[in-house]
Each structure stands twice: as structure tokens, then as C-alpha cells.
Design a protein around this ligand. Structure first.
Ligand code: CDP
Length: 207
């Protein structure tokens, strides 16, 4: 029996890790989990149901993860706020560990996959880019939902979120020591995908 392939993508907001992770998951035929969606759902549910965020985290269902509202700017901000609460992280932890360690293997993207959820991952990528580049990418997505939104507002959000995600005590955003760094600042989407494929292939071999 070969070991399950666990591929971990971590990095700050709008670094491109989600896109890269889903492409690599498709390449290797592995199940994929966007763990940010869990924190977005916890923050959103706590808000709409007016309940404690840790309790909200236990009420996430697959159906609730499809809610369009989770893609918006408010959901990202709320996610980062509830993600700093240890009881929220604890409520979501085992599901992520089990997903990562299923026999088929898995690809996950988030902030603490390589450090907390799957320190034993086969390959870990830490995907980053400058705040300005990330804000530009995120603004292009969000302006479709909210045409009044400015680049500067998004850049400000990104800076606040980076500081909160990196500064929290519980599972802060940080590169695992053995993670491979992929800076996508100067890479278009195709070049970033090619770079990620090459890094993963070096560790995991051909598909
Ligand atoms: O897409 P984007 O990078 O903006 O955000 P996301 O991946 O959907 O994550 C939203 C927020 O959830 C982040 O700012 C983190 O605070 C939190 N998060 C986390 O703490 N741990 C994870 N594994 C994933 C997300």
C-alpha cells in the first residue's frame, strides 16, 4: 500500500492558493477542501442566526457551504474574526483532520493545514504575493458583487486580515518550516499553475 497523498496549501488572503489547490486536486484525482469556507460559514451563521460562533461552527452542513453570501467581503471579514476564537477552531479541527487523512488522500487549502491539520502532509506549499497584487485580484472578484467597492478599500481589508491572521495566538498564519514557498506576485494564473505543478511533482512524482 502506498501512503495517501496529502497536499497542503496555505497562505494569506487572495494569494491564489484556492485556485492552485483545486487544479492540483483535479490533476491527482483527489478530494479537495477549501477550509476557509468553514470559517466563512461559521462567521456567517453566527451572524444570521445570532448565536455563538463556536456553536455556529457545529451547525455547518454541506448545503450551507453553497450559500453565495459566503463569497462576499463581509463573510471574509467575519471569518477572520471568528477564526481567532480557539473554541471555533477546536469545533472545526477534527473534521479537517479526518478529511485530510482519508485513505484516498486529499488536497486542503487554508492557513494552518501544514502546521496544525496535517503536519504530516506529503507536500506543503505556502502561496503568497504582495498585498497590492492580492488586493487587485480580490477587487476584481468582489467588484462584480459590489460595483461601488474601491481598490483601496480592498487593500485595507487585506492588510487588516493579514495582521489578524498572522497575529492570533491559536494556529496563526505561518509558513511551516518544511513548506515550499511559491510567490505568485509576478505570475499570471497559467504560470502559477505550472509552478505549483512542478513543485508538487518534485515531491509526489508523476500523476
Ligand atoms: O479566500 P480568502 O483567502 O480571502 O479567505 P478564506 O481562505 O476563505 O479564509 C477566510 C478567513 O478564514 C481567513 O482570513 C482566516 O482568518 C480564516 N481561516 C483560518 O483561520 N484557517 C483556515 N484553515 C482557513 C481560513
Amino acid at each position: 500500500m502506498t501512503q495517501p497523498l496529502i497536499i497542503a496549501f496555505d497562505g494569506p488572503a487572495a494569494s491564489g492558493k484556492g485556485t492552485l489547490a483545486s487544479v492540483i486536486a483535479a490533476d491527482y484525482g483527489l478530494p479537495f477542501l477549501d477550509t476557509g469556507l468553514l470559517y466563512r460559514a461559521a462567521g456567517h451563521l453566527a451572524h444570521v442566526l445570532n448565536i455563538d460562533p463556536a456553536q455556529a461552527a457545529t451547525r455547518i452542513t454541506p448545503e450551507r457551504l453553497n450559500d453565495e453570501a459566503l463569497r462576499g467581503r463581509e463573510a471574509g471579514e467575519r471569518a477572520s474574526q471568528v477564526a481567532a476564537i480557539p473554541a471555533v477552531r477546536a469545533a472545526l479541527k477534527q473534521f479537517q483532520i479526518d478529511f485530510a487523512h482519508q485513505p484516498a488522500g486529499a488536497v486542503l487549502d487554508g492557513r494552518d493545514i501544514g502546521t496544525v491539520i496535517a503536519p504530516d502532509a506529503t507536500v506543503k506549499l505556502f502561496v503568497t504575493a504582495t498585498p497590492e497584487i492580492r488586493a487587485g485580484r480580490r477587487w476584481k472578484q468582489l467588484v462584480k458583487l459590489n460595483p461601488a467597492l474601491t481598490f483601496d478599500e480592498v487593500l485595507n481589508d487585506i492588510r487588516i486580515r493579514d495582521a489578524r491572521d498572522s497575529g492570533r495566538a491559536d494556529a496563526p498564519l505561518e509558513k511551516a518550516e518544511d513548506a515550499l514557498l511559491l510567490d505568485t506576485s509576478d505570475l499570471g494564473i497559467e504560470a502559477a499553475i505550472a509552478a505549483a505543478r512542478s513543485l508538487v511533482k518534485d515531491r509526489c512524482g508523476d500523476i
